[in-house]
Design a binder for this molecule. Structure first.
Ligand code: FBP
Length: 693
């Protein structure tokens, strides 16, 4: 036996390729760090000032007037080139803190980089601090000073790793007092809050509370969910999309596009892809546009469902059936089953369906449960001054509490809102879904959809209904005509004799569907005997069995969740540029003396030269909404508009992309997020489509 001659480890490590592989930084990461995003025109001209814009109008909520009196009069401010005294004001020394709040979104590091670069350029003495682990960093004074080295390490890279993030909210007097103390100790002039709708809401309350202390608070619209889209009361767009949306959508689309390729190759799986987005279906819509998957559920669309049959029946009976309005879980599963059955009929027993994480929010019966449970939990916490979730840790304990409400042992409010009917319906849903509905709400009182296996809920219902359709002979795999004739002629059987006996559309379609009554070997035998093609005791010919088996659908499903991966993706060039300029804008707003404003860039859909940095007033955008069982003043989430161009196009292409007809699928491969080279889509498709007038 020959002895193997091994290279020593020392020698191995000396090779260039080994060093490159063992090093923590890939070539892509190194190239990203060196990239300098282009600057909006106004930032190229040196110091900036702010110019109030009176063409935007807001219908201000009474609650906002009462709770945010110092901020409701804020106006939109455009960043312009400074002149006169403003030049000196821009350069005066400042200390600024920045915090990430909520889920990560690609581009966050560039917000810091933009803010840092602008601050240092305005005055090298300026200091920028990063609060560690979100708002807890402000409350607890956990902070680090940002340096050139630290900032450069993360330029153009994904995640929020530089200073981490958290979901704490500064929502009590104590937390606000502690936060103000931290800011004063650091000598902060301003705090920049990079967050979603809830965090920008919180930024407005911080701005109100810190106004007298002379500390400015500026928000930055972040969230992969894409649900911060701001318009004034006349519909003029101020912020068309939050940062991170494009990168996350591209990352999901790339992976889902690859699944389509895999699915179309081995033609045996239905891929159920749950896609993040706590409530709104913007991400799912963008994925649909990028990949042309066979079916994309859009929560906002499903919510509009009306069961016409029930409405008609109620009309005939002279009654009103409220349950006919709004999608139910049962109907939802039927939408998915319809796609599966239609594709199977043309021999496509495979496909890809995209399910938005928050779809259940739009399902009537689930929504009712969420609101009822939110109220019960919130009232329990108020009455007992404790936490429902710590008092009732296991699912069984929580369910027992609900049962006691029904039995009247415990009472909530003037009338108990959980009755025997609720209990009965709730008990009907699978255990894991019950547990999901009873999970703890996040710090903003939101239901945590990412903790619910939405895809599994839907899948279970789909399997049940397909089982019924199979029994009724309505769910079949179409057998290609030529496959049938070839198989029979190889076995010496006459296709034209067997065809009309076996199929309901023999001689008509390219794909043959077996008759509805053919649902087992037994029924197959009966049909053949009735047609006198089989003797009583004789076995079914092998060729006929082969064809029959081909027609029997076997649903094989793979479930996938696209969410955390996309949140951690490295930003697209669009997000790199957008966020760097958002950071620059944040500094301009601070230097211009703003507070309670969110940074924004108008005209994102247009060529870069037309991008227009501005400050958007947060308080005038807020309204009252139910959160955790109580009405709270919050920044409104934008959901998919059914009259938007993007949605109308996806709807128009629905049948086309379902491809429930003979012939190729219509899948589209958007490819990976590329940092170098020509980029196919340099902006979110929904952004560009919705801007078309
Ligand atoms: P933000 O709104 O904070 O940006 O977070 C969005 C999101 O990624 C949702 O899409 C998702 O439902 C949620 O965060 C998940 O939350 P968690 O990080 O707590 O699992």
């Amino acid at each position: 036996m020959s002895e193997k001659c091994l290279v020593s480890l020392d020698e191995l490590f000396s090779y260039d390729c080994v060093q490159q592989t063992m090093g923590d930084d890939s070539l892509d990461v190194m190239a990203r760090r060196l990239y300098i995003p282009p600057l909006c025109g106004v930032f190229q001209d040196g110091p900036t000032a702010l110019e109030p814009q009176d063409q935007y109008r807001f219908d201000i909520d009474k609650a906002a007037q009462e709770q945010l009196p110092h901020l409701v009069e804020n106006r939109v401010e455009k960043v312009v080139t400074a002149a006169g005294d403003a030049i000196n004001g821009y350069a005066r020394p400042r200390t600024i803190g920045i915090v990430f709040s909520g889920g990560p979104a690609p581009g966050g590091h560039n917000v810091i980089a933009g803010l840092y670069d602008a601050a240092k350029k305005a005055n090298p003495e300026n200091r920028v601090y990063g609060f560690i682990l979100g708002q807890d960093g402000i409350i607890e004074g956990n902070v680090c000073e940002l340096t050139d080295e630290r900032v450069t390490q993360y330029r153009n890279l994904g995640g929020f790793c530089m200073i981490k993030t958290g979901r704490t909210k500064i929502d009590t007097r104590t937390k606000m007092r502690l936060s103000i103390a931290t800011c004063k100790k650091l000598g902060l002039d301003a705090v920049v809050v990079v967050g979603g709708d809830d965090s920008n809401t919180n930024a407005a309350f911080m701005a109100e509370a810190m106004k007298d202390e002379g500390i400015q608070v500026i928000g930055v619209p972040k969230t992969i969910d894409g649900d911060i889209q701001v318009k004034d009361s006349d519909g003029k767009s101020l912020c068309a999309i939050s940062f991170g949306f494009h990168s996350a959508a591209r990352s999901f689309s790339r992976n889902i596009g690859d699944l389509c390729t895999d699915g179309g190759s081995d033609v045996k799986y239905w891929h159920f892809c749950k896609v993040m987005g706590r409530v709104a279906s913007h991400l799912a819509l963008e994925v649909a546009l990028q990949t042309h998957v066979n079916l994309t559920l859009i929560g906002e669309d499903l919510a509009e469902y009306v069961d016409e049959e029930r409405v008609e029946k109620a009309k005939e009976e002279g009654t009103l059936d409220y349950t006919a309005y709004g999608m139910t879980l049962r109907h939802l599963s039927r939408v998915v089953c319809d796609a599966i059955v239609r594709r199977a009929a043309v021999g496509k027993n495979y496909g890809v369906v995209v399910i938005p994480e928050g779809v259940l929010e739009f399902i009537n019966e689930v929504q009712v449960f969420i609101i009822k449970l939110n109220t019960i939990i919130s009232e329990y916490n108020d009455v007992h001054d404790t936490s429902f979730h710590s008092d009732f840790r296991s699912l069984e304990d929580k369910l027992e509490y609900l049962r006691r409400l029904v039995r009247g042992i415990r009472k909530i409010g003037p009338e108990t809102i959980w009755n025997a009917r609720d209990d009965e319906l709730f008990n009907d849903i699978p255990e894991f879904f019950k547990a999901g509905l009873l999970t703890e709400r996040d710090s903003h009182g939101n239901f945590q959809f990412s903790q619910v296996e939405t895809d599994r809920v839907i899948l279970e219902l789909v399997k049940d209904y397909l089982g019924i359709l199979k029994e009724k002979g309505r769910y079949k795999v179409g057998v290609e005509h030529t496959c049938f004739t070839n198989t029979l002629s190889q076995a010496g059987l006459d296709a034209d004799v067997y065809g009309p006996v076996l199929f309901r559309n023999y001689g008509v379609g390219r794909y043959l569907l077996t008759k509805e009554e053919l649902i087992s070997q037994k029924t197959l035998k009966q049909v053949l005997m009735k047609a006198e093609l089989l003797e009583d005791e004789a076995p079914i010919p092998v060729a006929i069995m082969k064809i029959y088996e081909k027609s029997v659908p076997k649903l094989k499903v793979q479930t996938h969740f696209y969410g955390y991966d996309g949140r951690g993706a490295d930003p697209t060039k669009f997000d790199c540029t957008y966020t760097y300029n958002l950071g620059m804008t944040a500094f301009s707003l601070i230097a211009g003396g703003s507070t309670g404003q969110m940074v924004g860039i108008r005209n994102l859909e247009k060529p870069f030269e037309e991008w227009e940095p501005l400050g958007i007033p947060i308080a005038p955008l807020m309204h009252l909404e139910e959160r955790g069982g109580k009405m709270k003043l919050v920044l409104e989430k934008s959901v998919v508009e059914l009259d938007s161009n993007a949605f109308r196009l996806v709807k128009a292409m629905r049948d086309n992309w379902m491809a429930a007809s003979p012939g190729p699928d219509r899948y589209r491969k958007p490819g990976a997020i590329r940092f170098k080279g020509d980029l196919e889509e340099d902006k979110p498709m929904t952004l560009c489509l919705n801007a078309l007038s």
